[in-house]
Write a protein of this length. Structure first.
Length: 620
């Protein structure tokens, strides 16, 4: 179903049907168009003498006047129903839904949808989930897409392959623009058999997904010249460009209405309609405060720019009172009288992977994006942590931890940063951070508390005492100005944040923080305990402590869990509580254990620095 011309005044609609016949037949092809409420808008039909084999028929509706337009804010869908009539009886029938919209990337400028400027606010999705891998049930497919929409995104890049048909359906219905990608990721160009197979995959992808109004871009691939799999000219620019032109022609021949794109391989910029350079300010290169400069230089260079892939890794529960700054400076030891400042050359390799740093990075990027008048938008990498055959050295081995949520879909702090910029309803406050419940530092020092919120005004309370109301202002960094300096009491502290819109309280958040002004010593032992969960399993918590039993908040080394018998650890899930090999987060690590009922089990935790520990579970 094609919508070759769309405007606010009218829209053209064309249906191409492929009919397979066992014999020569006289038939009538009838098409009906229904509006979003199910009311018949238009009906048309043609008679045809069909021959044995494949028959291609095209049927056109009259122009639709003042169509209701599809957009992320109003994902309005029409229904097209096509019937094959033999002797006035319906022999076969198909229906599908479509949306009327038009769009363009202005030269060296913003993106427009339906004649109005739209800032692209996007993320990426891998089709993967803890405990299921790629074999995700429909309920979890839907959960992912709904969470992406609920954080305020209007765009998703399906990386790096076509995904479940249900995903496209959800994007159509919820209003998410889609970058649909051919599964050519790295590897260079192969020989003729490889080329034929790749072209076939691309044609099948376009045919399968053609009708979805959410799709606006066919991506020809990602990082194409990186790590070529083929000898001699596999990564040769001439070979890459030649085959890219073949794919680009396939896309524009089969579907003239949509745009093509490639990420990272710069040679493609002169071939495809939209290009994304590789810009990882603050992670793989440079510092995050260089982001604006990098984007503005790229905008001048590439006519139609959409920046896809930015961000960095974070390990849930790992926090730092003084994360690496936007200038790449690390205050390495605040307990000393003179602060020792260190310039970090490669944050991906030398950074602490704290949630605090990634929150700052995203906060800075989003602040620039939302204030820019001439930027098409960007697409964060990636929505959810996902497995990789690389990265055995990561805090969770073989996991790419750049997600806004962990592999089981549990939000990290960064998820709320995006919600604070991209949503208005429902109202929320989030105190940074619910996984940062133990903090420390020298006596009589101010500690920063931030609240990420979409409310106009937020008031913070510490132990029942107001710390003042602040007005949200996205020109301010960090947290759009919602940041307070407080002095915690020694021991337990209660934080409460209340959000106001139009002077009316609309939401609140609260959490407890244990604070100590005593610096922990050198870690020399691990304490381990087991607590029963509502599902009948146990959560095993291992804590690194010094000689006086104080938690070592600066200890982030790897530990190893194992179970002897009568149950199993929930390992290989790639989550903060589902990995038997994992780095600690501020001196603590956890794993879930499923016991054999009414039995005794032993769980052990070890590391490579000092003696490990064990706990005995007697399930009753």
């Amino acid at each position: 179903i094609s919508t070759p011309q769309v405007s606010a005044a009218s829209a053209k609609t064309s249906v191409e049907a492929v009919i397979n016949c066992g014999d020569d037949l006289k038939a009538v092809l009838e098409a009906r168009l229904f509006d979003p409420k199910g009311k018949l808008v238009e009906k048309t039909k043609i008679a045809s003498n069909l021959v044995k084999g494949k028959n291609n028929l095209t049927i056109n509706f009259r122009d639709i006047k003042r169509p209701q337009l599809w957009s992320p804010d109003a994902p309005i869908l029409y229904t097209v129903e096509v019937s094959l009539l033999l002797n006035k009886n319906v022999a076969d029938k198909l229906s599908d839904r479509i949306g009327y919209r038009w769009y363009e990337f202005k030269d060296h400028g913003p993106f427009y949808l339906n004649g109005k400027k739209l800032l692209i606010r996007g993320t990426h999705r891998h089709e993967d989930y803890a405990g299921y891998g790629e074999a995700m049930p429909d309920s979890l497919q839907i959960k992912d897409i709904k969470m992406i929409k609920e954080m305020g995104a209007n765009f998703v890049r399906l990386a790096h392959y076509p995904q479940s048909p249900l995903v496209y359906k959800e994007c159509d219905e919820l209003g998410l623009l889609v970058w649909d990608e051919l599964p050519w990721c790295r590897g260079g160009v192969g020989k003729e058999e490889w080329k034929e197979n790749t072209a076939r995959l691309f044609k099948e992808q376009i045919n399968q997904n053609f009708n979805h109004p959410s799709i606006i871009i066919w991506s020809l691939g990602n990082e194409l010249d990186w790590l070529p799999d083929f000898p001699k000219d596999g990564g040769n620019p001439d070979s890459l460009d030649s085959f890219l032109r073949v794919l680009n022609n396939i896309a524009h021949t089969m579907d003239p209405s949509r745009l093509t794109a490639v990420r990272k391989y710069e040679g493609a910029a002169k071939i495809v309609d939209v290009f994304s350079p590789s810009i990882w300010s603050g992670w793989y290169s440079g510092v995050y405060k260089n982001y604006q400069k990098a984007i503005e230089e790229a905008q001048k260079k590439f006519p139609h720019l959409l920046h896809v892939e930015y961000g960095g890794d974070s390990h849930v529960g790992r926090h730092n009172e003084n994360p690496i700054t936007g200038e790449g400076i690390l205050n390495s030891n605040e307990w000393d009288e003179k602060v020792n400042k260190v310039k970090v050359q490669n944050i991906a390799n030398m950074g602490d992977w704290s949630e605090n740093y990634i929150v700052d990075l995203f906060d800075w990027h989003l602040r620039y994006t939302e204030l820019s008048e001439n930027f098409s938008g960007n697409v964060q990498w990636a929505f959810k942590d996902f497995p990789t055959p690389l990265r055995p050295e990561d805090p969770i081995p073989y996991m790419n931890q750049k997600g806004l949520v962990d592999r089981a879909g549990n939000p990290k702090d960064a998820y709320y940063v995006f919600k604070s910029y991209w949503t208005k309803k429902p109202a929320f406050c989030y105190i940074e951070s619910h996984t940062w419940t133990v903090r420390s530092g020298p006596k009589n020092i101010d500690r920063e508390v931030r609240v990420y919120s979409n409310c106009d005004v937020v008031e913070l309370f510490l132990n029942g005492v107001s710390q003042g109301r602040l007005k949200k202002d996205i020109t301010k960094f960090p947290a759009s100005g919602l940041t307070w300096k407080v002095k915690f009491n020694e021991g337990q502290n209660k934080l409460e944040a209340t959000g106001f819109d139009d002077n009316k309280q609309v939401t609140k958040d609260e959490m407890e923080v244990t604070y100590t002004s005593v610096k922990n010593g050198v870690p020399n032992d691990i304490l381990i305990k087991a607590e029963k969960l509502k599902n009948g399993n146990y959560i095993i918590t291992a804590t690194a402590v010094d000689s006086k039993g104080r938690r070592c908040l600066d200890y982030n080394s790897r530990v190893y869990f194992s179970s002897m018998e009568n149950g199993e650890l929930l390992e290989n899930y790639g989550t903060p509580t589902g990995s038997s090999v994992i780095e600690m987060a501020n001196g603590q690590a956890q794993i879930e254990f499923k016991p054999v009922p009414l039995s005794k089990a032993v769980i052990e935790v070890r590391n490579q620095d000092f003696k490990g520990s064990y706990v005995v579970i007697e399930d009753k």
